[in-house]
Design a protein around this ligand. Structure first.
Ligand SMILES: [Zn+2]
Length: 75
């Protein structure tokens, strides 16, 4: 069963639901109980349909420090 991402416009929370494709466009309720939610674009490609576009900027992965070198174990 495909998974769909939703965002609540009331509290800004994002959540995901697993539902049948036939119910993909059904309204979803935020875990906090808000009904004002929007469906986010997922990796599922949809051919045709509406021309609504949403651009999501890729989140840069911040590399953490630590590791082996620096602790004196690599010498
Ligand atoms: Zn909410």
């Amino acid at each position: 069963m495909p998974r769909y991402d939703f965002r609540c416009r009331s509290c800004g929370a994002t959540f995901e639901l697993r539902r049948a494709m036939a119910q993909a466009n059904d309204p979803a309720v935020c875990p906090q109980g808000h009904a004002d939610t929007v469906k986010l674009l997922s990796t599922v490609a949809v051919t045709g349909g509406s021309a609504a576009s949403a651009q999501a900027a890729p989140a840069p992965s911040s590399g953490g420090g630590g590791g082996c070198c620096g602790g004196g174990c690599c010498g």
